[in-house]
Every structure is written in C-alpha cells, then in structure tokens.
Design a protein around this ligand. Structure first.
Ligand SMILES: *Cc1c(COP(=O)(O)O)cnc(C)c1O
Length: 230
C-alpha cells in the first residue's frame, strides 16, 4: 500500500473510533498537492476532494477528469465575487458562503446554467481578524436571505475553521459553539436539507467529531506537509 492509501486507512480507523457509527464524510484536501496525489487518494476510496483556490483547482481537475466520475468537489477557500461563476461551474459544494452579496452572485450564476448550487455558510468562530466567515448573527441573516430569495442555492449546513492551539483541547469550545449555531438553525427552521456540519482538520478532527461534526477536511495527515512556495 502506498503512503497516501495507508494514511487514509489510518484516518478512517481513527474516525470510526470516535464516531459511534454515525456517518462522517472524509474530505481529502488536495490544495498544493499534485493531480497524481489526488488520484492516489481517489484510488484509495476517497469520494470527496477539496480545493481552496479556483486557479489551482481547475487545471488539476482537467488532468484528473476521468478519475473524477462520482467524486464530489468542494470549494473551501475564500471566494471572491469575480470567481463565483467558475466556482458554480466546477464545484459540487461551496463551503465558504459568507455574505449576502456572494449569495446573490452564486444564485445568479447558478440560475444561468440551470443548477441548484449546494453551499455551506462559513461561520467565523475565531476572533483573529484575518479569518473569513460570518458571525453567528450574519449566518442566520444569510440563511434567511437564501431561503427567501435564492431558489438556485441550497443551503446544506455550516462550515467552520477553528483557531490553532498547541494544546488541542483548547479548540473544543469553538467546535461546541459551531455545533450550537448549526443545531439552532436545523431545529428552529426544521430544514431537512440543512444537515452538514463541516469542521475538523488534520490536527483536531477527532475532537470535532466528538462535538458533532459530520464532515472533516483533512490535508496534511493524508498527503504530508504542504509546500506553498512551489
Ligand atoms: C487547508 C485546509 C484544510 C486542511 O488542513 P490540514 O491541517 O492540512 O488538514 C481544511 N480546511 C480548510 C478550509 C483549509 O484551507
């Protein structure tokens, strides 16, 4: 077994240990890694891949084309309005919807091609200024806006990126907060399409699952350290 397949196997076992039989989607985050690496992950059974930059993702998808049959493609980076069209054309799930303006753009482009674009609203749980995402109040506002005005968007849940701590346990309250925001919308709006809570990465996916995540986004633990300057 190659390293990537072995890593995926190990992660799946670790997920099983904490998930109590609940279905957890494991996304392979392929950003900065080659099409060949992505293909190895797919060959090892991965059904969901994630990229954070349109300009990096599209040439990779081109190379991978035949291998992508039946694979869901997730956009997890910050999405600028001028890239919304390409995101709608090329991704199954946009996880970084964080403003009403972006929802308007996504809805318009999706309508143009007769698609209902699945999206997650990105909740900002960290207070770091550089992080994107919407506050808890804005998440509800975006959700309500989409339900009333965006027939070409289906809001499937929430994504969040927790802050990094050397002591992993410190991240737990941020996941609890995201779970509460998620559950509030799910229960109060009684929306059965709203069922994805995307949280947890290489360093903290087990804690995220214990706190209610059902989709984890893992890069480093599958592919190794990223090298951003190539
Ligand atoms: C890069 C990235 C990940 C994967 O992070 P790892 O620590 O390498 O697992 C997950 N989510 C988002 C939004 C990312 O940008």
């Amino acid at each position: 077994m190659d390293t990537i397949a072995k890593n995926i196997n190990d992660i799946q076992k670790r997920i099983e240990k904490v998930s109590n039989g609940k279905k957890i989607t494991l996304l392979a985050v392929t950003k900065t890694f080659s099409a060949e690496c992505a293909k190895q992950a797919i060959d090892a059974g991965i059904l969901d891949i994630a990229e954070s930059k349109i300009q990096e993702a599209l040439p990779k998808f081109e190379v991978l084309s035949n291998s992508l049959n039946g694979i869901s493609k997730h956009f997890i980076g910050h999405l600028q309005s001028n890239k919304a069209k390409k995101a709608v054309l090329n991704f199954d799930l946009i996880q970084s919807l964080d403003s009403v303006d972006l929802a308007k753009d996504i809805n318009r482009h999706a309508k143009d091609i007769g698609k209902v674009q699945k999206c997650l609203i990105e909740l900002k749980v960290s207070t770091e200024e550089t992080k994107y995402g919407a506050s808890k109040e804005k998440v509800s506002e975006i959700y309500d806006y989409c339900i009333s005005n965006c027939p070409n968007i289906s809001i499937c849940g929430i994504m969040t990126i927790a802050p990094y701590f050397d002591d992993k346990e410190l991240v737990r309250p941020y996941f609890k907060l995201a779970y509460n925001v998620f559950e509030n919308i799910r229960k109060i709006r009684n929306d059965s399409n709203f069922n994805v809570l995307s949280m947890g990465m290489s360093d903290d996916f087990e804690i995220a699952i214990q706190e209610g995540s059902n989709m984890v986004r893992v890069g480093t633990a599958i592919f190794g350290e990223r090298n951003y300057d190539k």
